[in-house]
Write a protein that binds this ligand. Structure first.
Ligand SMILES: [Fe+2]
Length: 375
């Protein structure tokens, strides 16, 4: 059996497991909008796709599994805990998946989702979002059915696996493709030795919160969607991963009530503060509006773009999202980066709107982030 990366160069990983002797392939985590190309590529290689597998119900893209089943007549397999209604068969821990003459074992690895599975055998370990590479950590644990404690339990199963296993993850946002399990044991922050209680407390302190569009994508995948009608999936952003960052100060996040920020807004311009809205751009320009004068930079993009906020260090920085959860995570991240005059706006834009405080709509009125010292 050999492994071929599909969707080359994408942060969203997909794999073909190929048996050249049997001229058969099993494809894993194929994205809907690339499914026709994958089908064509397999046909060109003279390979029959026997099944498509999703390692879990995806929240960041529509799966190509249902499309492949309908168009190629192949199987569509997921873990038996899945809510996806279009699967042809449901796998359980210990089941075998045949790729021609090779066999991979199914491992049930809940935590990111209830239906997360890994495929292990032939020197490779397809981890889905159960485990990413290096600083990427692993998948988030706040989606429907996600559970930090169950994720810790699943991680314990790695103890039985060899260091030289090749890890093939469901995502990598740093340009990597595959790694060795032994390297992950040294570098992946999720594998830092910690008790179950410590692990759960750490992930809980991050106050994760999925964006609304992710919940919509989960529902589309559960019904076996074969188009993206009604979905607004943003480009870019490491939306699936939670790496190693933890809030400083033992998880206590400085925060203010919306009224406190509103009082600052009524002060004359140049009063030494700035508002950062860390929702998705489409939420920022959406019907709820945003705090007047706010700058938008989504929490997903912060790890890559926080240096652009350098000009705000000398100002009082108020961070807001929809409900206060994502902004708490952003504040934690920026505290780690040395921002000191920073507060989370409690209750977020929802509370702001409920209090009937002023909002503006559409694009940001400031086209770029302020330079040093300029509000
Ligand atoms: Fe995922």
């Amino acid at each position: 059996m050999r492994v071929q990366a599909l969707h080359a160069g994408s942060a969203c990983k997909s794999w073909a497991l190929i048996c050249d002797d049997a001229r058969e392939a099993v494809v894993v985590d194929v994205v809907l909008n690339r499914a026709p190309a994958v089908a064509a590529a397999m046909a060109q290689l003279g390979l029959r796709v026997t099944r498509a597998i999703d390692t879990h119900t995806h929240a960041d893209h529509v799966s190509g599994g249902t499309w492949l089943r309908k168009n190629l007549g192949c199987g569509y397999s997921m873990h038996q805990a899945t809510g996806v209604v279009t699967v042809s068969d449901r796998l359980k821990d210990g089941d075998g998946v045949l790729v021609g003459r090779s066999r991979l074992s199914v491992m049930h690895l809940p935590g990111h989702t209830k239906d997360s599975l890994g495929l292990w055998g032939g020197g490779v370990f397809l981890t889905g979002d159960f485990l990413f590479l290096g600083e990427g950590g692993a998948g988030r644990t706040d989606l429907l059915g996600g559970d930090p404690g169950e994720h810790w339990d699943s991680l314990q199963r790695l103890k039985d696996l060899q260091d030289d296993l090749v890890v093939l993850p469901g995502h990598d946002y740093r340009g990597a493709e595959r790694g060795r399990l032994g390297d992950e044991r040294r570098t992946n922050p999720r594998l830092t030795p910690r008790s179950r209680t410590e692990y759960v407390a750490w992930l809980s302190s991050l106050k994760l919160e999925p964006a609304d569009w992710m919940l919509d994508v989960l529902k589309a995948n559960a019904r076996g969607a074969t188009d993206e009608t009604g979905l607004a999936i943003p480009m870019g952003g490491a939306c699936c991963e939670v790496g190693g960052g933890a809030p400083s100060g033992g998880g206590s996040i400085p925060s203010v009530k919306p009224a406190t920020l509103a009082a600052r807004l009524s002060a004359p311009p140049g009063s030494g503060f700035h508002v950062l809205d860390v929702r998705e751009p489409m939420e920022f320009v959406g019907p709820l509006g945003h705090v007047p004068g706010a700058t938008n930079l989504s929490v997903q993009e912060l790890p890559q773009r926080w240096q652009e906020l350098g000009g705000l260090r000398s100002l009082d920085l108020y961070v807001i999202c929809l409900s206060g959860a994502r902004s708490a995570r952003a504040v934690a991240m920026l505290l780690e980066k040395g921002f000191s005059k920073i507060w989370n706006v409690e209750g977020g834009t929802r509370a702001w709107a409920m209090a009937n405080l002023p909002r503006e709509y559409g694009e940001a009125t400031t086209s770029s982030l302020p330079k040093d010292g300029q509000p």
